[in-house]
Structures are given as structure tokens and as C-alpha cells.
Write a protein that binds this ligand. Structure first.
Ligand SMILES: Cc1cc2nc3c(=O)[nH]c(=O)nc-3n(C[C@H](O)[C@H](O)[C@H](O)COP(=O)(O)O)c2cc1C
Length: 482
């Protein structure tokens, strides 16, 4: 069963023993973050609803998606590859020519599928509308680490529109609140929100922005997912939950938001208003240093009666975002395979904060194929930001670090099989890159080398027991008294 809103999901978490309500008074200033971090560092810890937040009427929900069990419940599926499979099925169904055209055509397919979003006249989020004097100070926005430059909205979904195509985007970008009406928008340069902002800036116009705080799980997942620019994220959310999203129009800007959202902040980003954002204790485990980012101005708010404020904390992995990242990894595998058919599996270990390291297994057929896959992935959406790629053969389990290390140390020669590429786009958060957004990449080809690839020694055979000895020992196992 899919969830239409956040509160139904919260109810379901409670019914399945995955939610704790905290009635003790807590502060938004560091305390909530520390409680959440402690819980998240434990395995399979519960989601928490802080019901008594000092100075605020609105309860705070945290660790809502901090386990695979919860994400399976949230997205109503056991195998997240289904999401990518649904998209590849749609593309195969309608558009036979040209991979890129397939993606461009997807929004059109929404008209004939159940997954497309629908505009409705009203919805729960319109229960309380404030356009006269909206204020960010009514929200229990948290400060996470002592040296953070202020309080940050950490799990808000920024909704924008491509000014040329009108295709809608949703991205989770943090916002640093600087006064009741303003917050600094941390959309990194590679993200779709930043692209829309840049396109509007070139035309000297403001970017209309809605920030959705608290929505149904498929919408939240969609906002974190690295969906290609040509695909409407509301449609992607619909594909994920197998049911289109009901949207309402914002009151002060021309942006559509989920009708069942908890809280919506409406406003705009003015290109002439740039402020210094950060430092902020980030996904990497380090404080991201201050950098200039544009500023969001609040023009209105909409919320449900008794809204829930959704938050999260990031920091040294492994925290809540790691589980969402794992779902993305699984969901996008079928799409990676669509472009790189030799790919069998891939893994982005959470400790490498996803953009740091990826391991890909392939069924190799021809010389140099591992490098072909590296080049392909480094040209694909947010995968282009991956710092280190390791390509292994299909017999290696990419999720088992022992297997991966064994492959790297027995199948690669550092000089022959490592490639370094300088001056490439890097993740904005990478604390080690020599420049902001620019650094190098390393690719390790840890596949078995062939004669065609210049391996002139006799190919060494893997030492494995023979079948008859295996079955003999299996048959007699109980007799050995082990
Ligand atoms: C908790 C959390 C916080 C995030 N904060 C940011 C952020 O501040 N800036 C950013 O560019 N991406 C941030 N991301 C990653 C984006 O949400 C992610 O890259 C997403 O795919 C962006 O989508 P888009 O490029 O399609 O808009 C965050 C992700 C999570 C889970």
C-alpha cells in the first residue's frame, strides 16, 4: 500500500514499533541533532517524533527513513530495482529510437499513464495559508553541530521549474535561515535547481521556489534521487508509488506542490542577493567551509492543521542519508544497465559518502571494456561526480569489500590498470579536492587481464576444489565430528 502523506507513514511506523514519541522538552539548538545522531549510529534505531520542542508548537520528526526496513515500508517494495525497471519498461514501450529521446519523451508518457501528477483545486496543505506576514521563525528549524553557522532546514524539498521546458524539479538542498524572511539556498552547481536558477539569472529574472517540508515518502525519495533533467520529478514520484501525485498551485508563486504536504514555504531566489553560507557539518563528516550562495525570500506559507516538521542530521557516515542512498543505488541499477549493458551490479559504499567511491561489476567481452564503462559512468548525471571507480569482473560481489579488495590486489597492476584524470567536476562537498567543484578522478580496472590487454604471462587459473571432492566432503561432513 502506498502512502499519500507523511502522517499516514508515521502512523504505520508506530503500528510496526518503529517510532518513539519523545515528550521530554528538547531544544532545537544542538540537542535534537545529538539525540538523532546517537540513534542513527545504532543499527535499526527507531524514528522519533519530538512532541515537546522548546519555543515551538510544531513537533519534529527525525530518523524517519533510517533503516532498510523502514524504506521498504515507506516505498512499499522489497526490491528497489523495481523503480528503475518501471522506467526502462516505459521507455521500451513507447519510443524505439535513441536513448536520449527516450528520457525526453517520458513526461509525455505521463499523460497516458497513471503515474502522472494531477493539479487539484485544494488539499490538506491549504488548510492554513499565510501570505500577509509569513515567518521562518515559526518553524522548529534545528542547529546540528556547534560550529554550524546557524539553523538549517535540512530535509526541505526545493521545487523549481525549468524556465524553457516547464519540466518540474524537486531537490533536497539545505537552507540556512538568516532572518524571518530569508534563507541561503545551498543548491550545488551540478544540481537541477541550480541549473534552473542559472537559466533564470541569464534572463535577469528571479527563480520561483517552493520548499516542501514533510511529504509522502515517494515524493521525498524522488527529491533525493538523481533523475535526469528531462524527467519531471513529480512523475518520478508517481512511478515510484505507482500512483500520480495530487498537486496544488502555490498562492504567491507559479509552482505546483503536493496537495498532502505538511508545510510549504513559497518564495523566490533573486540572483542579485548572494550571501555567505556555512560552515555546516556535512555528509562527509567535515564542516563544509563558507561559500557564497543565493538567497531565498519567503512570500507565503501553506500548511496542514497540526503540521509535522521533518528534519534529518548529516555527518560522518553512516547516518540516515546512507539508507536513502542505498535505495537510489538499487533503483538506478536498471538505468545504468540501459546505458552500459555489460554492467552486472554496482555499489556505492556508504562510508564513501556515495560520491567518493563506486564499485562496478561487468561481464567483460573485449579489451579495454572496464575503461569504457568508467568513461560512460563519468558521463552520466550525478555519477559524473564519483571520485574513484573500481571495475571488477562479474564473479566478484561488489557489496563484499573482501571480495573487492581481493580482485583489486590480484587482478590489477597499478601502472597498467589505474587511470587518473585531472581537472574533472567533483562533488562540491569533497573536502580533499584541490579546488571547489574541480579535482581528479581515479579508475581502477580490477578485471582479469587478457593477452589482448598486454598481459603476456600465462593466465593464472583460480585455485578451486573439484566437484567430486566437494560432494564427498559434504556427504561425510557430519561424520567428521566438527
Ligand atoms: C539530507 C540531504 C541533504 C542534502 N543537501 C543537499 C544540499 O544542501 N545541496 C545539494 O546540492 N544537494 C543536497 N543533497 C543531495 C540532493 O538532494 C541530490 O543530489 C538530488 O539528487 C538533487 O536532485 P536534482 O539535481 O535532481 O535537483 C542532499 C541530500 C540529502 C539526502
Amino acid at each position: 500500500m502506498y502512502f499519500e502523506n507523511l502522517r499516514d507513514y508515521v502512523e504505520s511506523l508506530e503500528k510496526t514499533g518503529q517510532l518513539k514519541r519523545i515528550k521530554t522538552r528538547v531544544s532545537v539548538d544542538l540537542e535534537i541533532a545529538e539525540i538523532l545522531r546517537r540513534l542513527m549510529y545504532e543499527n535499526d534505531s527507531p524514528a522519533v517524533l519530538f512532541e515537546n520542542v522548546e519555543g515551538y508548537k510544531i513537533p519534529v520528526l527525525g530518523n524517519a527513513f533510517g533503516s532498510m526496513r523502514r524504506l521498504k515500508l515507506a516505498l512499499d517494495m522489497e526490491n528497489f530495482e523495481e523503480i528503475g525497471e518501471r522506467i526502462t519498461a516505459l521507455t521500451k514501450l513507447k519510443i524505439p529510437h535513441g536513448l536520449l529521446n527516450k528520457f525526453k519523451a517520458l513526461p509525455k508518457l505521463s499523460e497516458i499513464s497513471d503515474y502522472g501528477p494531477k493539479i487539484t483545486n485544494g488539499g490538506p496543505v491549504t488548510e492554513i495559508i499565510e501570505t500577509a506576514n509569513p515567518s521562518l521563525y515559526t518553524l522548529p528549524i534545528i542547529k546540528s553541530f556547534p560550529k554550524d553557522s546557524g539553523r538549517f532546514i535540512t530535509f526541505g524539498i526545493t521545487v523549481t521549474k525549468n524556465p524553457e521546458t516547464q519540466i518540474r524539479n524537486m531537490g533536497v538542498y539545505r537552507l540556512q535561515v538568516i532572518n524571518p524572511k530569508k534563507a541561503i539556498m545551498h543548491w550545488q552547481i551540478h544540481k537541477r535547481g541550480a541549473l534552473h536558477y542559472q537559466m533564470n539569472t541569464e534572463k535577469n529574472q528571479n527563480t520561483a521556489v517552493a520548499i516542501v517540508i514533510g511529504a509522502d515518502p515517494a515524493t521525498i525519495f524522488s527529491a533525493v534521487a538523481p533523475v535526469p533533467e528531462g524527467l519531471d520529478k513529480h512523475l518520478f514520484a508517481g512511478i515510484t508509488r505507482k500512483k500520480g501525485t495530487n498537486l496544488v498551485k502555490c498562492k504567491t508563486i507559479d509552482v505546483d506542490v503536493p496537495a498532502s504536504a505538511e508545510i510549504v514555504l513559497e518564495g523566490y531566489v533573486d540572483p542579485s542577493e548572494v550571501n555567505i553560507e556555512g560552515p555546516f557539518g556535512d555528509h562527509t563528516g567535515y564542516y563544509t567551509p563558507p561559500e557564497p550562495y543565493p538567497t531565498f525570500t519567503l512570500t507565503g506559507t501553506m500548511m496542514r492543521n497540526n503540521p509535522i516538521y521533518l528534519t534529518t542530521v548529516v555527518g560522518k557516515p553512516i547516518l540516515e542519508d546512507a539508507y536513502i542512498g542505498k535505495v537510489i543505488e538499487r533503483a538506478f541499477l536498471p538505468l545504468v544497465k540501459l546505458f552500459q549493458p555489460e554492467v552486472i551490479d554496482f555499489s556505492m559504499p556508504a562510508a564513501g559518502w556515495f560520491q567518493g567511491l563506486a564499485i562496478i561489476s561487468i561481464k567483460k567481452r573485449y579489451p579495454g571494456q572496464a575503461k569504457k564503462v568508467m568513461m560512460g559512468l563519468w558521463g552520466m548525471g550525478q555519477l559524473s561526480l564519483t571520485k574513484i571507480l573500481i571495475v571488477v569482473d562479474h564473479d566478484i560481489n561488489v557489496h563484499d569489500m573482501n571480495d573487492v579488495i581481493w580482485a583489486v590486489t590480484t587482478r590489477s597492476d597499478p601502472k597498467r590498470d589505474t587511470i587518473l584524470i585531472e581537472n574533472t567536476p567533483t562533488d562540491t562537498l569533497d573536502p580533499a579536492s584541490p579546488f571547489l567543484n574541480l579535482g581528479s578522478k581515479m579508475g581502477i580496472d580490477a578485471t582479469k587481464k587478457t593477452k589482448e590487454e598486454g598481459y603476456n604471462r600465462p593466465i593464472q587459473e583460480e585455485a578451486l576444489p573439484d566437484e567430486s571432492t566437494i560432494s564427498l566432503v559434504t556427504k561425510k561432513w557430519s561424520e567428521y565430528g566438527l
